[in-house]
Design a protein around this ligand. Structure first.
Ligand code: BGC
Length: 508
């Protein structure tokens, strides 16, 4: 049949499936929709499940602080507090050309960063989207792909029009490798993958030195680079943000995954005492806070939807904090609530809902769009549900979905505030105040995320919470990586590193 511009109908797809088409009209009542009152009653239930009181937040902060301390004291704790071997802040005077390769949650990026000193820089970059297969395939193949992309980038940017290399014979370009997964480090150019996160599962990689694996791929493709550092995106963000604004003391990423880094006094990192590093030094710590409350699940308020997300993930029990906060999971949490209401016969009665039943089809970007829909009729939400899921919604349902997105997004931001507050409290930054360099798709694109984090900080600390401000960070995975690669090439840090290389300990 030809679908009319108004009302509803169904068409048979080439696959044989039937797709119901509903064009929204003023005659919404022709489908058995839930009443406004029913939706309001359900919303109240979800409000109580997803709302965090200031008191609860303060309790989480206390437990969080204990976990951070424990991670510094002993190796291999749940929150591993990884010493990064990045010593101290940049001077802001770093300069020169550096390559950075950034393997994050969703994309692979190759960047050429020109540091111009005085906190200034320029950057050229190429981005590649990773496929789901690449994330699950053999690890070495993933690094081969990284090397292939790097080679194309170097060939393109370092040859003239005749194809002649612009590099001097034997010249090697310094490369910082931003690898945004938890790795134990015993040197700056070494990183043993503890576990994949963010849905990655590439085989034969966990427990191995990923820097060495990538080096093998670089050699295979004969690329004229020398990898001087492997760094986490949060460490890069910390260094890059401080390069641009020295008031930065903490860096956070709220993207596909979530995490934080800050600068710690070496004398407070008990678990590396045997390395006999100068106690006056400072070292960046990659907290890997996404793992907070993993396995035991004692402190975080998990709903049954969070538990399903966890149990059906490729890493049950792990990254408990991250699973409540990060962009990879928020859409899925909302989808699970919708599916429950479909099963209970509340939503979409008489409509085909199979499109909503596939895990992870409801992207976190939809929550952002729903929250930022400026129209009274919530036309954006109509678009999402009809275009992507072929279901018709009433205004009451759309208001409900928007409110639900708000609850899930707000909880994520308030929990993020708890993590920041734990570092602020532990380091005693509250009175003097500090900037928190922040990056990641959730922070940058989710409407109101930063404001909600700030509100959360005030709920935790009272008025003094205003002293802590998140600011959009400079591209840490690129610029931070370049600055660190640059520091390494200059040498002062390399000199101390070689001292530690002789001491074989596994750090955590
Ligand atoms: C990883 C961290 C990373 C964060 C943000 C987490 O899943 O474990 O290493 O910093 O995502 O990208």
């Amino acid at each position: 049949m030809v679908a009319s511009r108004r009302g509803s109908g169904s068409i048979t797809l080439p696959t044989g499936q039937t797709m119901t088409i509903h064009t929204r009209t003023h005659e919404e009542e022709d489908l058995p929709h839930a009443t406004k009152k029913t939706m309001a009653d359900h919303l109240r239930k979800y409000e109580s499940l997803f709302t965090l009181t200031p008191q609860r937040m303060r309790m989480i902060v206390e437990a969080f602080k204990d976990s951070l301390e424990l991670g510094l004291q002993k190796p291999k704790q749940v929150v591993p507090m990884i010493p990064t071997f990045v010593f101290g802040w940049p001077t802001g005077k770093e300069s020169g050309d550096f390559l950075a390769l950034d393997l994050g949650g969703t994309n692979l990026r190759v960047c050429l960063v020109t540091l111009q000193g005085e906190g200034k820089f320029e950057m050229t970059q190429t981005k590649y989207r990773l496929t789901e297969e690449q994330k699950q395939d053999e690890g070495q193949k993933l690094f081969d792909f990284c090397a292939e992309c790097l080679k194309t980038f170097v060939d393109t940017n370092f040859t003239d029009e005749d194809g002649t290399s612009l590099l001097k014979p034997g010249e090697l370009l310094p490369l910082g490798f931003t690898f945004s997964y938890p790795c134990y480090q015993s040197r700056i150019d070494h990183g043993e993958l503890i576990r994949w996160t963010k849905g990655f599962g590439a085989k034969n990689t966990e427990g191995r030195d990923v820097a060495e694996m990538f080096r093998q791929s670089i050699e295979k493709y004969k690329i004229p680079v020398v990898m001087t550092a492997i760094i986490n995106d949060t460490t890069g963000t910390l260094i890059a943000s401080h390069y641009v604004n020295p008031k930065t003391k903490i860096a956070v990423i709220f993207g596909t995954g979530c995490n934080a880094a800050y600068m710690e006094d070496v004398k407070n990192i008990d678990k590396i005492k045997e390395l006999k590093i100068n106690e006056q030094d400072q070292m960046a710590i990659n907290c890997e806070w996404g793992a907070f409350d993993s396995f035991e699940h004692e402190h975080l308020p998990r709903t049954k939807y969070d538990m399903i997300v966890d149990e059906t993930s490729n890493k049950p029990g792990e990254q408990a904090f991250e699973k409540l906060i990060s962009g990879r999971y928020l859409g899925e949490i909302l989808r699970l609530v919708i599916c429950e209401l479909i099963d209970e016969g509340v939503l979409f009665l008489g409509q085909e809902t199979y499109k909503l039943e596939t895990p992870y089809v409801f992207e976190t970007a939809f929550l952002s769009l729903m929250e930022s829909d400026p129209t009274d009729e919530l036309l954006m939400i109509i678009g999402i549900f009809t275009h992507f899921f072929a279901v018709e919604t009433t205004l009451a349902e759309r208001q409900f979905f928007r409110a639900l997105a708000m609850l899930i997004g707000r909880r994520a931001a308030r929990l993020s505030a708890c993590g920041i507050a734990a570092i602020v409290g532990k380091m005693d930054y509250l009175d003097e105040g500090c900037l928190v360099g922040a990056d990641g798709s959730l922070y940058n694109k989710y409407p109101g995320f930063a404001d909600r984090v700030h509100e959360g900080l005030i709920d935790i600390f009272g008025e003094k919470g205003r002293n802590i401000k998140t600011v959009h960070a400079e591209d840490g995975s690129g610029v931070g990586s370049a600055i660190i690669a640059g520091q390494e090439r200059r040498g002062p840090i390399s000199a101390c590193i070689s001292r530690f290389m002789e001491i074989s300990v596994t750090l955590g």
